[in-house]
Ligand binder design. Sequence first.
Ligand code: 5AD
Length: 430
Amino acid sequence: MSGRYYIETWGCQMNEVDSQRLGGQLMEEGFLPCPRPEEADLILLNSCSVREKAAQKVYSRLGEYRRLKHQREKLVIGLCGCVAQQEGQSALKRVPDLDFVLGTGRISEIREVVRQAREGRRPVAIGFPKEAPYEFDSISREGTHKGMVTVIEGCDKRCTFCIVPTTRGPERSRPLDAILQEVRQLLDLGFVEIELLGQTVNHWRGSADPVGRTLDFADLLDAVATLPGLQRLRFLTSYPRDFSSRMVEAIGTHPTICPYLHLPVQSGSDAVLRRMGRGYVVSEYLELVAELRTVRPDIALSTDIIVGFPGESDRDFEATIRLLEDVRFSSVYAFKYSPRPGTAALMLGDDIALETADRRLQALFRLQSRIQLEINRELVGRSFEALITSPGKEPGTMTGRTPCHRVVHFPGDPLVTPTGTLVDVTIERA
Ligand code: 5AD
């Protein structure tokens, strides 16, 4: 097979890696990437369905791509990712020119699926086969500054708002050896930063060690953080309840682990957390934050918040506001609750009016902007090592990330200090 492919990626880091896996396998098959869909013989839409808006956009994008078929008769269009897994066959019914559907658990079958699609069959590959191979050798990596390594796929939690268990399937940890091999390969290639990925990354489990103890995420951190050549280690996304003291200790022990943690709390109200099925209360979350700050006083924390969850009262929302004031996150990703098919929250009733949710979201953003500016102002005058992630928007500038994952802009020349270089910067302005 040969031709040119174009992949459009929506959603989280997991989807980004999936796109790199798809691209790499297609390249092995003789395909080459191209920068514009108009030039492609194969278009893949790697979709996200965590909130309704993202899922809706999929069909309008597919509609736009369909039109390209008038110009390129042999164009093959495939729906991949979370919406593919969720919709399966019905996506083919809904989009007459769609050539195949490939779910998140069947990435390794892309070659076969494209072959079938080119023969005019319309294959649908969804579900989660137990023995799906994970060929990290054929991932088409982007850049050399951040190497993403999936350590655990799927999710067995049952948060009542979340569609991920449906779209990404049951939890599967990758074996320690395979993970270490992949990280070593990335370090050999010159990657500066390694990011371990999983929907609940800190729930990773390995096989038993010689004395019969099952390895967990603390052991994984110990093993990866000490690999020669590693400069920065990060991981995403941690589930609060799955954090153990040993994991906190690992974060305190290894200087290569970045002083940054994304720790979604979702709400500052115990009543809402209970209805969300999160399995912790606010005080437990705050204890964890305190433990983390004890071992790593400079740690920056970010979080996810859902506002307008069914039954969220003004008092519940005020509790979330208080939590933000107490913790002082370095950044907050906040979303209006979006009802998702097949999730338990659909049965809760007590829906919140859209205007109320909007108002709460805006109030939350206002508060967080203020907090963030205050925190950033405290950093003025301090020096950090920045990892350059891209040229800046202004000519003559570069953009990078501090170890605590803050974005910094500074004068620079991509020819002298290209993406992936570490430079020392002093903060002048917030
Ligand atoms: N509605 C709104 N936000 C959601 N998230 C997950 N599911 C939903 C939903 N149904 C948010 C959570 C999660 C982040 C990735 O997306 O905050 O942590």
